[in-house]
Design a protein around this ligand. Sequence first.
Ligand SMILES: C[S@@+](CC[C@H](N)C(=O)[O-])C[C@H]1O[C@@H](n2cnc3c(N)ncnc32)[C@H](O)[C@@H]1O
Length: 286
Amino acid sequence: MTAGYQARPKIVLGHPNRIEALAMTSTAPATPCCTLVGAGPGDPELLTLKALKAIESASVLLVDDLVSQAIVALAPAQARVIHVGKRGGCPSTPQAFIEKLMIAQARKGERVVRLKGGDPFIFGRGGEEVERLRRAGIAVQVINGITAGLAGVSSLGLPLTHREHAQGVVFLTGHAKVGGSTDWAAMATMAHRARLTLVIYMGMSQAAALAKALMEGLPPDTPAAVIQDVSLPGQRHIATTLARLASDIARHKMRSPAVIVVGDVMAALAWADPPAQTADLAAAAG
Ligand SMILES: C[S@@+](CC[C@H](N)C(=O)[O-])C[C@H]1O[C@@H](n2cnc3c(N)ncnc32)[C@H](O)[C@@H]1O
């Protein structure tokens, strides 16, 4: 138990999402616990109140690198902030090490917050961490965050679903090798038939291969968009089509972190795009 903390009897609350008993006490938790907190895409104003409370009451924070500095700054001054995670291609802290660290800190009686970009359960390895913590006898709470794809499209004033254009939405990782486990052509065929919006995370490095595979099931003129640095001061986007996706990414120097969105709901973006922004992007592309 950390010196100075006073153990509190565990309070049993009615709703499983109430986390006061576990992570929001200012004293050390009676049961070793860890809270996975979704930090959203970057703008602190997109945090939930629950996430903010958990961050403000943490004594140890393990922070992924897509979490913005403005959000990390909300942690108490005396809290220990440990940066883990990786950014495209750089060496990462091994997942097993992160999990061991969470377990060790929770057992020491720290109020552990695992701060993850977007939502912990959307491509955030949150599921793996919950399983590992529970196996170690650590109580886990998960606080949702706004996932980057949803925030990005909403920030452009567009919906991911629309009665007229999209009957559903699929969140996909573009990280898996094309030709590997995801059958992109089948996904595209289904998206075309069922009128689904595709939101692709981690797809920038192989956008050309992804677009080619998707065009096996979707028309080349299917509207698409790339939204970079969602909710951050440097947010930018392009409106394009599947056929032009890779060349437009290169021409406008779009880079990670970014989400690629494919589907008819994005058609409105081309009409809504203010000419000034198109000019800005062209200028940025040199
Ligand atoms: C490991 S995934 C984590 C996703 C995260 N859990 C979420 O729900 O948004 C990382 C990918 O999410 C997307 N991403 C995360 N934050 C972003 C942001 N602020 N702007 C654009 N894309 C973002 C990018 O596709 C990035 O490569």
